[in-house]
Write a protein that binds this ligand. Structure first.
Ligand SMILES: Nc1ncnc2c1ncn2[C@@H]1O[C@H](COP(=O)(O)OP(=O)(O)OP(=O)(O)O)[C@@H](O)[C@H]1O
Length: 299
């Protein structure tokens, strides 16, 4: 017998006018599924809608947007007890959609919503930062200043073509290598870091596989640190292509701590966080996510 499902879809306002989404939702409602739709206008809206979804007792919360929306929805879900958390699903409507792309979640709204309602729910890990916020894809960081303008002209003039990647990944307009210490179980490193990538997922910055071995359900974070004062194109290429290089430090850890004498900025799936100390810890199997059967991020 055809099974009916319930979901609350949190649509980022930027994608609210999408006709394909409207048609797909109409079709699924006609087929008997219960779909509540809520549209965000600004940061913070997703949190209220997640609370409403928990109250309604829907099976699934669908994050309709880009990586920033998935991050906001995941973080809001992490604030509810594990037993009351609905299953998470993704309707990719962002610009880059790095998490959805790496998971092979379909781009087409009709297929993405079918998966969101009927797909296999797989337990995946949360990465929690300083005991508070969580991310499910990637934290990327470095030392510099956060972007102040839409076009990072300063970065472009210094780095040329590489600026696009750095801006997309780090959301910074200046970048310099600086001293930091990173530790975890049986792991200690200190030195000058230019870029730090901590992956639960694999890619960021519009298709850059910074943490190519990461799995979202392995209880581990994949750490990759680019250590150099010089932004040599070859080094960047190694980092972006996931190749080994003597200037790239790699480790796979259930938790890690970073401390630095100067403020460091981490971009948590689009959300910047500046501090001198970070502790990032995996919470294994913290949330169920609807994934296609061929998802390569599942170990
Ligand atoms: N109606 C709205 N208009 C503009 N921005 C919004 C709206 N509602 C929420 N936001 C903000 O949008 C941001 C999330 O955007 P999101 O990352 O989903 O899109 P994107 O940047 O296009 O995607 P990607 O990161 O995949 O490129 C959040 O910071 C959120 O506060």
């Amino acid at each position: 017998m055809h099974q009916q499902h319930s979901a609350l879809i949190i649509l980022n306002g930027k994608g609210a006018g999408n006709e394909e989404v409207r048609e797909a939702i109409d079709g699924l409602r006609t087929a008997g599924h219960t779909l509540h739709v809520r549209v965000t206008w600004e940061h913070g809206d997703a949190k209220r809608y997640v609370a409403e979804a928990v109250e309604l007792g829907v099976e699934t919360v669908v994050a309709g947007g880009g990586d920033g929306t998935i991050n906001e929805v995941s973080d809001a879900l992490s604030q509810h007890s594990e037993s009351s958390r609905p299953v998470l699903a993704v309707l990719p409507l962002g610009t880059a959609n790095d998490f959805a792309t790496a998971c092979l979640i379909p781009e087409n709204p009709q297929s993405a919503l079918q998966l969101a309602l009927q797909g296999r729910a797989v337990p995946i890990d949360f990465a929690r930062v300083n005991g508070k916020r969580v991310f499910i894809n990637m934290a990327t960081g470095g030392f510099g200043t956060k972007i102040t303008t839409e076009t990072p002209e300063k970065l472009k003039s210094v780095l040329g073509g590489a600026s696009y990647f750095l801006h997309g990944i780090l959301r910074m307009d200046t970048l310099k290598a600086d001293f930091c210490q990173i530790s975890g179980p049986n792991f200690n490193w200190e030195g000058k870091a230019l870029i730090v990538a901590i992956g639960n997922g694999r890619q960021a910055g519009g298709g850059q596989p910074l943490c190519p071995e990461a799995r979202i359900n392995d209880g581990k974070l994949e750490l990759r640190v680019l250590t150099s004062d010089e932004l040599l194109p070859a080094l960047l290429e190694s980092l972006f292509k996931g190749e080994s290089n003597k200037n790239v430090i790699e480790a796979s850890l259930p938790w890690l701590e970073i401390s630095a004498p100067h403020d460091m900025t981490l971009n948590l799936d689009g959300e910047p966080l500046s501090a001198k100390q970070f502790r990032i810890e995996i919470e294994p199997d913290a949330i169920n996510l609807r994934l296609p059967p061929n998802c390569p991020l599942i170990g």
